[in-house]
Write a protein that binds this ligand. Sequence first.
Ligand code: NAD
Ligand code: DAU
Length: 357
Amino acid sequence: MARTFQSILITGGAGFIGSHVIRTLLKNHPAAKITNLDLLTYAGNLENLRDVENEAHYQFVKGDIQDENLIESLFDKYRFDAVVHLAAESHVDRSITNPMAFLETNIIGTATLLNAAKKAWEGNMDDKCFYHISTDEVYGSLEEEGLFTEDTPYDPRSPYSSSKASSDHLVRAWHHTYGLPIVISNCSNNYGSFQFPEKLIPLMIRNIRDQLPLPVYGEGINVRDWLWVEDHATAIDVILHKGSFGRTYNIGGLNEWRNIDLIHAIIRLVDGALGRPEGTSKSLIEFVKDRAGHDMRYAIDATRIETELGWKPSVTFEKGLEATVDWYLNSGEWLDSVTSGQYQEYYKNMYGNRGKE
Ligand code: NAD
Ligand code: DAU
């Protein structure tokens, strides 16, 4: 039977996936009050939520998930009966240059939230839910064959994925030790609107638009399994309301692409949309030094969520990618505003002088 919640705390709601989750929950559960707690790091942007910011059942609080006093006071004031925890440092490349920030936010931040939920809910946990959003990267890297299932042993290999794996372990420990009602999901690579352009798809769209080099790590043969972000948000809604406590659900779209093939597909779409002759931007491709410890392949077996909870992806990659390209090309103001300032410095450190001056 589906659960209902009165007051939901979303962490990291000003980021890419979080903003879509907020939109989905407001639409599907209009009676629930949604509180979005976000620190507004470089990756968080209130522009991502302009269309819902004035909704009566939505509010934003700026703050850090590591701030114990703040979290406890929010639990006290708003009597949350559910937490959907998305706040994280999320970019693998940044975790390679600055791992400590990942340990602090992803591990200590998660433990702080778990403790606050335990304290607030102690003695009455039946109608509560702590939902931790995780990643398929905790399972490590696949060779050519096979899929990650919920029983695949953890084998994280980057500072990012090991910090996410640590947080998954903490969430399970709070369930087993203290009886906290938890669910966890591990999703594959998301794509769609409002993704920060440090990640592959929006970075490539922007660079093709601006005729900048397209940095392909290594030989471009690494494989990722891409899911439309709104399908992820729907899966999160379903798991929050129907998932079994203590259980893990893998989420993915059976949609594997080698990076280089995906980049060619994006080139075709962007050049086409901008009225350039086919193949114009192919010459921008540059094979650059590989990411350290680069995982070769991710691929998700999503049988459990499909059979137990009836969720399925709704959008084909062809349609989703086309809509994504259109969105970025029509959201020049958003793209330019998030890539001004700090982004320029990040880009220069990461890619040398391949960016715009
Ligand atoms: P994102 O980087 O776009 O957004 C992260 C958000 O968290 C930002 O709004 C940021 O301001 C906020 N944040 C960071 N540190 C914080 C702190 N200390 N306190 C409060 N807020 C803080 O990330 P995303 O891509 O939307 O990912 C969201 C979640 O989903 C993450 O937990 C990530 O591990 C997971 N995930 C992402 C993907 C993907 O493809 N993007 C796939 C699977 C799982
Ligand atoms: O699998 C889920 C994960 O997907 C999430 O947990 C992470 O938060 C999210 O960032 C994403 O991680 P990846 O490392 O797979 O995504 P990214 O977009 O950074 O890179 C995708 C692939 O493209 C990867 O093989 C590295 C490659 N790449 C990336 C960039 C930014 C390039 O070749 N060139 C680039 O410039």
